[in-house]
Design a protein around this ligand. Structure first.
Ligand code: 5RP
Length: 218
């Protein structure tokens, strides 16, 4: 099985968790794109979606799935999204696609967070994948200096502007021994919008695409 086939198998499996007449939270990325395609096959049985990025919104709408403004929604039953890394504790690094802030907001509202990923994303410890941090543009250099103090090597993601009009610093070489503490410490820096550690609001269910098929981990 290729990595893409594993992504697709996890994404298709996630459809089983989508209840009729609910609003579905939809993440961002190549694995989620497979989920959106699968979701379109039952679009007449769901109420619609809340999206975590302009990219996913476009894809959802192109397939005829209604996209709601989160401000007009009281509840999201499930939020389905990918990850760049995930541990056995369901802590994640996300934001490879620069959508981390909206992803974190939709995840906060959702009752259940379902992470869909191919098996390469499962890691014993977070941090090999550089940690994305969304930053208000004028604070970029200041935040970069603060991230160095925390032991990381921040790299400005050139040419990328987030859906919120901000920039991304990718932080290499961090020792992420305590993901919740580091998530809080980075978010406390003035000028940081949010960082890609999803430890406080981690996944509830992981659907891992493996060579033997999708595996559900709770
Ligand atoms: C986007 C994300 C994605 O979920 C993450 O980057 C994984 O992407 P892919 O499914 O393409 O591997 O956090 O901001």
């Amino acid at each position: 099985m290729t990595q893409d086939e594993m992504k697709k198998s996890a994404a298709v499996k996630a459809l089983e968790f989508v209840k009729d007449d609910t609003i579905v939270g939809v993440g961002t990325g190549s694995t989620v794109n497979y989920f959106i395609d699968a979701l379109a096959t039952k679009k007449d049985r769901i109420s619609g979606a809340v999206s975590s990025s302009e990219e996913s919104t476009k894809r959802l709408m192109a397939l005829g799935i209604e996209v709601f403004d989160l401000n007009n929604i009281d509840a999201i039953d499930v939020y389905v999204d990918g990850a760049d890394e995930i541990t056995e504790h369901m802590h994640m690094i996300k934001g490879g696609g620069a959508a981390l802030t909206r992803e974190k907001i939709v995840a906060a509202v959702a009752k259940t967070f379902i992470c869909i990923a191919d098996e390469s994303k499962q890691v014993p410890m977070l941090g090999k994948f550089p940690l994305p941090v969304e930053v208000i543009p004028m604070a970029r250099s200041y935040i970069a200096r603060e991230l160095v103090k925390l032991g990381g090597d921040p790299v400005y993601r050139q040419g990328v502007v987030t859906d919120n009009g901000n920039v991304i610093l990718d932080v290499h070489n961090l020792d992420i021994i305590n993901p919740k503490q580091l998530e809080s410490d980075i978010n406390a820096l003035v000028g940081v919008v949010t960082n890609g550690l999803f430890a406080h609001r981690c996944a509830d269910i992981l659907i891992l695409g493996t060579a033997l098929g999708p595996k559900i981990i709770k």
